[in-house]
Design a binder for this molecule. Structure first.
Ligand SMILES: Cc1ncc(COP(=O)(O)O)c(C=O)c1O
Length: 401
């Protein structure tokens, strides 16, 4: 028992937990007893994994793993320092160069996570005279980053270009100095790809900058997997991204931008200035993942990934499931009710398929779903097994006829 002068606080915490549970919204941690991959060990059983952000199948890849080990052997566990004191190793510079070159930007600043990249990008660059125009479905870390910045805030309905234009007009009418449009490149709960071609046109019209969070795009969307902006054939001012998904799955975030912007962020971005440098093992693994993604093998992995996504989508639609439309390897199976999503995920696990039910506050109330995610590492046979398990569970639970 916690000793405290304020037991009421702990009672409030317990009551809130009980309330979350009563609403069927508890998100338990399932412990995995194997490396990340298309097949993982859960509760002592091997099951198919359809909920990792392991788009290229590089998390758990032996080369990516060994590159991390090699980097750790050379550079040790870490720097025990932030970057500007004594925490900048050659491998950090190498990683910054590699991701900037891959995505086609002048320079890069690394962070411990994309959460920090999004938290650190706005406040140093924009102030009360400026405006941030943000998509309503942007990731929580963008929302937090915007909150930390003094710029005036404008919100537009998800990918609604008429609303974006209205907000841009308003920001200009309000006398904004600089305007930045902030959007996810691919929206993580729906798998919708940002309309960056249309956003580009409006940005040009209203003289606005564009920031894209490409956590669910870098490595696999667009030519060479450069991301959502490349997929849409446009350039943007800033890309924030992660090494924790397609690019090896370790962790770590980055902002790619113009050289002076990166130099200024290195002077001012708080999650960079006041947080430890990325661990060498993470840098080594991420470098190897970039090498694979940027090369010919990356093209083959992307081809497989999208073939898998196409197969799963069409077979699940044929089985009668309600899917959100699109082409992204995030394929949400819509269920509506939070409890139903949990029951479905639990039954699927019994049937050997590991997926998670997503409910409020991660998605709107009444829009609970199982978010499936395809990987290049899945075989067609595994995709078909997953569809068969979904079909069985869906029939048992009355989701499909
Ligand atoms: C769109 C988006 N942005 C940012 C993040 C945060 O990434 P990281 O895990 O590197 O902090 C995530 C991860 O959930 C994400 O999906």
């Amino acid at each position: 028992m916690t000793q405290s002068a304020n037991p009421a606080f702990y009672e409030r915490v317990s009551a809130e937990l009980a309330d979350i549970d009563a609403q069927g919204l508890t998100k338990p941690e399932r412990v995995i007893a194997s490396r990340q991959g298309p097949v993982i060990s859960v509760n002592g059983r091997d099951v198919l994994n359809f909920c990792a952000n392991n788009y290229l199948g590089l998390a758990g890849d032996e080369r990516v793993t060994q590159a991390g080990i090699k980097a750790q052997e050379k550079w040790g566990a870490g720097t025990a320092s932030v970057r500007f004191i004594c925490g900048t190793l050659e491998i950090h510079k190498e990683l910054e160069r590699a991701i900037a070159d891959y995505l086609g930007f002048e320079d890069t600043i690394l962070f411990a996570a994309a959460f920090d990249a999004n938290g650190g990008i706005f406040e140093p660059l924009f102030s009360a005279e400026d405006a941030i125009v943000s998509d309503s479905l942007n990731h929580a870390s963008i929302i937090d980053g915007v909150r930390l910045c003094k710029a005036k805030r404008y919100r537009f309905a998800n990918s609604d270009m008429a609303d974006l234009e209205a907000q841009l007009k308003q920001a200009r009418a309000d006398g904004a100095r600089d305007i930045i449009i902030a959007t996810d490149g691919a929206f993580s709960m729906d798998g919708y790809i940002g309309k960056l071609d249309e956003i580009r046109k409006l940005a040009d019209q209203y003289n606005a900058l564009i920031m894209v969070d490409d956590c669910h795009a870098t490595g696999f969307l667009g030519p060479k997997g450069r991301g959502s902006f490349a997929h849409n054939g446009v350039k943007v001012d800033f890309v924030t991204g992660t090494f924790g998904k397609a690019l090896g799955g370790a962790m770590g975030g980055f902002i790619c931008a113009n050289g002076d912007v990166v130099s200024l962020l290195k002077q001012r971005a708080r999650p960079y200035l006041f947080s430890n440098a990325l661990a060498p093992a993470v840098c080594g693994s991420s470098l190897e993942a970039i090498r694979i993604a940027a090369g010919e093998e990356g093209d083959k992995l992307r081809e497989q990934l999208f073939a898998n996504a196409q197969r799963f989508r069409s077979k699940m639609a044929d089985a009668g499931f309600d899917l959100l439309p699109g082409e992204h390897p995030i394929i949400p199976v819509m269920l509506g009710d939070a409890k139903l999503a949990q029951d479905m995920a639990a039954r699927l696990l019994e049937l050997g398929v590991y997926v998670i039910g997503f409910s409020f506050p991660v998605v709107p109330r009444g829009a609970a779903r199982i978010r499936t995610q395809m990987s290049a590492a899945h075989t067609f046979e595994q995709i078909d097994q997953a569809v068969a398990a979904f079909t069985q569970a869906g029939k048992e639970l009355g989701v499909i006829a």
